[in-house]
Design a protein around this ligand. Structure first.
Ligand SMILES: Cc1cc2nc3c(=O)[nH]c(=O)nc-3n(C[C@H](O)[C@H](O)[C@H](O)COP(=O)(O)OP(=O)(O)OC[C@H]3O[C@@H](n4cnc5c(N)ncnc54)[C@H](O)[C@@H]3O)c2cc1C
Ligand SMILES: NC(=O)c1ccc[n+]([C@@H]2O[C@H](COP(=O)([O-])OP(=O)(O)OC[C@H]3O[C@@H](n4cnc5c(N)ncnc54)[C@H](OP(=O)(O)O)[C@@H]3O)[C@@H](O)[C@H]2O)c1
Length: 397
């Protein structure tokens, strides 16, 4: 990874190639999913020049997008193969280029990365990959972003920047809750993050944990090849009304209130609910999407409910006190991938980061996009624009 490849020799590019010296860049974007690409689009629209394009080394304002995936597509390239474009909840167009309606049966893991790759090329975004940011620190009033090549970890580049747009998503932080006896289970345990094909789990009963879309969709998929038990810690939040723009705004406002208060974002389903699609209705009628309350104990061969466990209530069904299982499938959501920002100590006592829209209140040079209220494809788009606007406003003061 040599940021100065194939450019004329200048004072700036010489400095960029000095192994010990950081590369000066106006804005670093971490992540090239929906949020990072939207931000990069707006940086370019604001006249910033991408590192690597002709003339960047002498340009007044520059940006670089660093992404640790091996190809374009953000987290979409990792989605399970059975998640088709028809199943997706609606992948919003990136700014400036529509996602041409693909075959609804096409896996999202192919269709969306193809679109993102075309987008990067169309706007010449020069995403550097696979490049992982390991840390960000504050050195003499500038942010120092330390990155390395994923394939050659000893190839390290430091970027000295005035602004950071963090768009690192959640995919690399699957959340595994702790339950009594979890380590004693002798069967298989996996997170939705690592699920590939229902057939992989067809060798016995599967207990699916979690009340979000991942749990619902994977329970339905698994029911075609094996038996399942679905457990949730709250009765499933079925939503029988259309998700109108007003409901969407209310949902975003609720998450926004949390992040403004410095609380970590809660589960996505707690905000969106579960839309009663025809497939989900069929699953409910067939008794497949019938949730039980959480078990109280995991034992070597399965899961058990004590007589004092939460009783079945509206929205939950009853069942035997013990269920033998071959697999525990944890569909328990994700956390924001922000470990590389740890040195900046941005977290508030509430465990989250106090935000004002996309801006980190404690350090307005840092914008978090795709975080909290902008953790959807439409929200990520808006956040990209807001982040660039916020940095411009900050610099004009
Ligand atoms: C299974 C699933 C299905 C979904 N379906 C939908 C849907 O249908 N519609 C919808 O609106 N939303 C959906 N979402 C939510 C959706 O994924 C997000 O809202 C949006 O796509 C996230 O975009 P992002 O840019 O924030 O993150 P990502 O797409 O995760 O992109 C982050 C990028 O940052 C990179 N990265 C992370 N850490 C680093 C680092 N330290 N250094 C360098 N690079 C790094 C990652 O490799 C990745 O390329 C779904 C989520 C899941 C889990
Ligand atoms: N387009 C698609 O087809 C598709 C498919 C799958 C996922 N998605 C999207 O992917 C994103 C993530 O969805 P997701 O379902 O993986 O996550 P999610 O919506 O965040 O749901 C996580 C679930 O795990 C539960 N949970 C958390 N901690 C738990 C614990 N300690 N014990 C038991 N349960 C616990 C949560 O319960 P609480 O609510 O009580 O916290 C919640 O029910 C969402 O945006 C979703 O829409 C889309």
């Amino acid at each position: 990874m040599d940021p100065s490849q194939s450019r004329p020799e200048t004072r700036r590019s010489r400095r960029a190639r000095t192994p010990s010296g950081p590369v000066d860049v106006t804005v670093v974007v971490i992540g090239a999913g929906q949020a990072g690409l939207a931000a990069a689009y707006h940086l370019r629209k604001n006249g910033l020049v991408a590192v690597g394009e002709a003339g960047w080394a002498t340009a007044d304002e520059t940006f670089v997008v660093l992404d640790d995936a091996s190809q374009a597509g953000g987290a979409w390239q990792h989605r399970w193969p059975g998640l088709t474009m028809a199943d997706a909840h609606g992948v919003h167009d990136l700014p400036g280029m529509p996602l041409v309606a693909p075959d609804p049966g096409e896996p999202a893991a192919l269709a969306v990365p193809y679109y993102f790759a075309q987008y990067e090329e169309a706007f010449d975004l020069r995403v550097q990959r696979p490049v992982r940011v390991s840390s960000v620190s504050d050195v003499d009033g500038r942010l120092l972003v330390r990155s390395h090549s994923v394939v050659r970890p000893d190839e390290v580049v430091e970027w000295r920047t005035r602004g950071l747009i963090n768009a690192s998503g959640t995919w690399s932080k699957p959340f595994w809750p702790t339950y009594p006896g979890r380590t004693s289970f002798t069967g298989r345990q996996l997170h939705a993050h690592d699920f590939r094909l229902p057939e992989d789990l067809a060798d016995g009963h599967v207990v699916v944990v979690g009340g979000g879309t991942s749990a619902v969709q994977l329970t339905l998929a698994l029911s075609r090849v094996t038996t399942t038990t679905w457990v949730t810690r709250r009765p499933p939040a079925w939503r029988d009304v259309e998700f109108t723009p007003e409901l969407g705004r209310d949902a975003v406002a609720a998450v926004d209130a949390r992040t403004r208060a410095g609380l970590p974002p809660s589960s996505i389903v707690s905000v969106t609910g579960l839309p009663l699609t025809p497939a989900y209705r069929l699953g409910i009628t067939a008794g497949i999407l019938a949730a039980r309350p959480m078990f109280s104990l995991i034992v070597p061969s399965g899961v058990a409910w004590s007589s004092s466990s939460t009783p079945a209530a509206d929205g939950w069904v009853d069942g035997p006190a013990f269920v033998e299982a071959r697999t525990l499938l944890w569909c328990t959501g994700f956390r924001a991938s922000l470990d590389h920002l740890a040195q900046l100590r941005l977290r508030a006592p509430g465990g989250g980061i106090v935000m004002d829209g996309t801006q980190v209140v404690a350090d307005p040079r840092i914008q978090l996009v795709g975080y909290g209220p902008s953790a959807s494809t439409v929200g990520a788009n808006r956040a990209g624009r807001e982040a660039v606007h916020n940095l411009r406003t900050l610099w004009s003061r």
